[in-house]
Design a protein around this ligand. Structure first.
Ligand SMILES: C[S@@+](CC[C@H](N)C(=O)[O-])C[C@H]1O[C@@H](n2cnc3c(N)ncnc32)[C@H](O)[C@@H]1O
Length: 471
């Protein structure tokens, strides 16, 4: 087992940022020489993902020269804006000299203390990358403590590689060695947020309900910086933890530092590289002709991966079939979210967006606020996992005449389409495709691109394609 990272690299991170202390500029904030071109659209991305903070108390931590402090001060009741580089705080003060509701603090986020239950929004943009594992865990638990119940923690980080990607020419630091930034797997922050629990002085337990995680908050934003990931988490009261749930800081740190990264590596080995989901083949054979013919320009894809990890809509295969279609894919599994999102990043595939949600209802709630309607829906395991209410709510994010294309596992010989019918969809096709699906799986197993034990659930299920239309 890898050693838990407990020794904070405090001095290294501080020295790194001190090098920019004489340059309190957008270039330093984005660590990018093209900041003048990127800053505005980057800020718009972040703003699109914020909860309403009108009349609220906001903490902007690691706020730099105040790119977001200014916005918060215009609507919030009070803003606490902190950074550990004094010249950045001074620049922030200068830019916001007329605002009367901002408290500026020079402080290291690692040792920061705010009053318990005093904030409605704790906001960080590119801070955790400069915190050690133990500091990330500590800060997350503190954010849970600082927030009032119902308050939000907004976290946004660069993941897996620098935001300047492989175009080193844009990075303001000369070499990778000069940059101590910690680019973690996208899944780790999600797992940290969803597993952090805190007990207050009255004995009440709280955790974060993560409303969503996504690389691009809105479908219409065509920024190509998918390494960036946003999460919005709400503080909610919960029952006391039960056996098996993480309830101590030590257990949280151990999972964040060791077990979750190992789980991600194992998952990636199953589905990355040559190892593709079996639906790559099956979807291409079974579903893709239908997709290119009828699903339209913007398609919502849904992959709960309950039967097994590789039973998923393979939008990579669908994009190959229909290069004019753009996909917004909902993943429910944090490890799959990371694997899919990273694959799209590596392929620089502009046709794909990935989001994580706890369930379909939460995805629909998010999409109805952040996106325009979709022309089509393609999903695995919709009818076998979603509630009737969720199927009904899907209609709100689909355009009129939108086509649904479902690949559904069935233990019985027929699939129950009642949920679709009661939601008003017209059923156009119900076809048993078990043989074609199993052939596709077995083909991949014999080619060595899929392990039989991984596709066990898919091989033991029967599969049905359903095509339906929204009125
Ligand atoms: C990439 S900049 C982002 C600044 C700002 N959040 C924005 O989006 O424009 C990262 C900022 O985090 C600050 N920072 C990094 N580690 C910190 C720490 N431990 N405590 C306080 N500030 C920190 C840096 O000084 C820098 O201003």
């Amino acid at each position: 087992m890898a050693a838990v990272q407990t020794a904070p690299k405090r001095t290294e991170y501080l020295n790194f940022w001190n090098k920019y202390s004489d340059k309190p500029t957008h270039e330093s904030m984005l660590l990018n020489n093209n900041a003048h071109e990127l800053e505005e659209s980057d800020r718009a991305d972040v703003v699109a993902a914020l909860p309403d903070y009108t009349g609220k108390d906001v903490a902007d931590i690691g706020s730099g020269i105040g790119r977001f402090t200014t916005l918060f001060s215009q609507k919030a009741r009070k803003v606490i804006s902190t950074d550990f580089i004094e010249s950045f705080v001074n620049k922030n003060k200068e830019r916001n000299a007329s605002a009367k509701n901002i408290e500026f603090v020079v402080s290291d986020a690692a040792g920061l203390e705010l009053e318990d239950a005093s904030m409605d929004l704790v906001f960080t943009n590119w801070l955790f990358m400069y915190l050690s594992d133990s500091e990330c865990v500590d800060f997350t638990l503190k954010a849970l403590r600082w927030l009032r119940p119902g308050g939000y923690f907004k976290l946004r980080e660069s993941c897996s590689e620098p935001s300047t990607g492989r175009r080193k020419g844009n990075a303001v630091h000369a070499t990778d060695a000069a940059n101590p930034t910690h680019y973690r797997y996208k899944s780790l922050y999600l797992l940290l947020l969803t597993n952090a629990r805190f007990q207050d002085a009255d004995g009440k337990w709280f955790k974060f309900e993560v409303e969503w995680g996504t690389s691009i908050p809105t479908y219409i934003t065509l920024a190509n910086n998918w390494r960036q990931v946003h999460w919005l988490a709400k503080k909610v009261e919960i029952p006391a933890p039960v056996n098996g749930e993480i309830s101590t800081q030590e257990a949280l740190l151990n999972a964040f530092s060791t077990s979750w990264p190992a789980e991600q590596v194992a998952f990636d080995a199953l589905v990355s590289g040559d190892h593709v989901s079996w639906t790559h083949k099956a979807i291409t054979q079974i579903m893709a002709p239908q997709v290119s013919a009828s699903l339209g320009a913007t398609v919502l894809a849904y992959s709960p991966r309950v039967v097994d990890a590789t039973a998923a809509v393979d939008t990579f295969a669908l994009v190959d079939e229909s290069t004019t279609t753009n996909f917004w894919t909902i993943e429910l599994n944090p490890l799959a979210f990371r694997a899919s999102n990273t694959k799209a990043t590596e392929k620089r595939d502009q046709h794909q967006r990935f989001a994580w949600h706890a369930n379909l209802q939460s995805a629909v709630t998010y999409l109805s606020v952040h996106n325009t309607g979709f022309d089509g829906f393609v999903g695995t395991e919709l009818l076998s996992t979603a509630t009737i209410d969720e199927v009904l709510s899907l209609k709100t994010v689909l355009n009129s005449k939108a086509q649904l294309l479902l690949l559904e596992p069935t233990s019985e010989t027929t699939v129950n389409t009642d949920a679709l019918k009661s939601a008003g969809f017209t059923i156009d096709l119900v076809e048993d495709v078990t043989t074609a699906a199993h052939d596709a799986i077995n083909d991949q197993i014999s080619q060595g691109t899929l392990k039989a034990k991984v596709a066990k659930g898919s091989l033991s299920a029967s599969w049905t394609v359903i095509k339906a239309t929204k009125p």
